[in-house]
Write a protein that binds this ligand. Sequence first.
Ligand SMILES: Cc1cc2nc3c(=O)[nH]c(=O)nc-3n(C[C@H](O)[C@H](O)[C@H](O)COP(=O)(O)OP(=O)(O)OC[C@H]3O[C@@H](n4cnc5c(N)ncnc54)[C@H](O)[C@@H]3O)c2cc1C
Length: 401
Amino acid sequence: MDSNLIIIGGGPTGSFSALQAAKTGVSTTILEEHDRIGFPSHCTGHISLTGVRHLELNIPRMVYENEIKSAVFYSPSGKRFTVRFPHPVTCVINRELLDQHLFDTALKAGAEASLGTCVHSLLVENGYVKGVRARRDTKTEEFRSKIVIDAEGVSSTILKRAGIPTLNSCLMVRGVQAEVNKIKDIQEDTVEVYLGRKFAPGFFAWIVPRRDGTGKIGLATERGNPREYFHNFARHHPIVSQKLKRSRIESLVYHPISLGGPIPKTYYNGLLIAGDAASQVKPTTGGGIVMGLTAAKIAGEVATEAIQTQDYSADFLSKYEHRWKRKIGFDMKAMKHIRLMLNSFTDRKLDRLVSICANLGVEKSLKQVRDIDFQGRSLIRMAKNPRALATALYLLAISFF
Ligand SMILES: Cc1cc2nc3c(=O)[nH]c(=O)nc-3n(C[C@H](O)[C@H](O)[C@H](O)COP(=O)(O)OP(=O)(O)OC[C@H]3O[C@@H](n4cnc5c(N)ncnc54)[C@H](O)[C@@H]3O)c2cc1C
């Protein structure tokens, strides 16, 4: 099957890139290793409502599980700090349904797809990527194209095989998430964030509720066995173990999260790299959906322009990196600094931080935050506020969305 554009991966990034190209008439094929889109899902699906609006995702009602107005941060010793907005700022979506919605939208726009097709390697001729080699059933096939967008996710197997520099493994954490029911003492419009090295070293743990008493509980850790950390959190955390006393915990899934900021280069002759594969993930929270889709849109647009002008050179495709950096580059850098700062905090420091935030009444600064995805820009706006300490601390707090 030959196309002008081949997309590796039918995750949100792959489907959204495919949509941008297919709707302009570019022949586009998505290759996805699984037989079912969106499955298995490893993601909480907690995303900003501004992100949903800016990207014009037109998500059907049935994909939404909840809307969130508030977050509670628990320090290692159990001190609390609450941030409450007057209106919903984020939503919780069903990731499997979101992936299927984006995939179906790309197909409706004219993209084609081959499921159960695992890309093994890039086809390279005269220094240009000219397609991929993939396994379908038991056969190996070549899929030829003018451009390939790699949206294979965090594994980066294909990039590694091609010798392309990939993610910064130093800031990689191992995520684990489960479904729970009958959660006690939780507000249905509030996410809970638990800080501390004992339960989630190098990251944090979370409970994200739905409106029916069920929810998603997870954490990530920079070391050790995530399964052990998860059971320790659910069974032995003094606050969480009480909330989950009557809960059934099921559907545990594991997946890495890359917090090291974008990979060094996201374009080559005939190749663009987007989403988790490019580590376009917020280093503060591990949120990659809005960032990945922002870059995916640009990747699809630049691939289309390249096909229209028949210029597939790295020189032309560098537009992609210029454009996504203009949109999210600064915020990514700022968020990486915040992540490194948080990682350097001891549990005692985190306790003090949460206490200070709770006592300073930093919610007053909320009005200055227009977009929680772009935390670097929020920092600049807030730095104009003389209550610099409060704003800096507040920024740390919002960075958990
Ligand atoms: C525990 C956890 C919770 C998270 N919670 C959130 C959250 O609340 N909010 C948020 O914004 N982000 C969250 N994330 C991050 C988010 O899941 C990712 O950023 C997002 O999935 C990236 O999308 P993607 O399309 O780039 O990659 P993926 O979703 O990983 O999609 C990649 C696709 O490529 C396919 N593929 C891989 N290799 C091949 C191959 N060789 N051939 C063919 N197909 C292939 C895969 O099967 C998959 O379908 C979370 C991550 C974890 C681990």
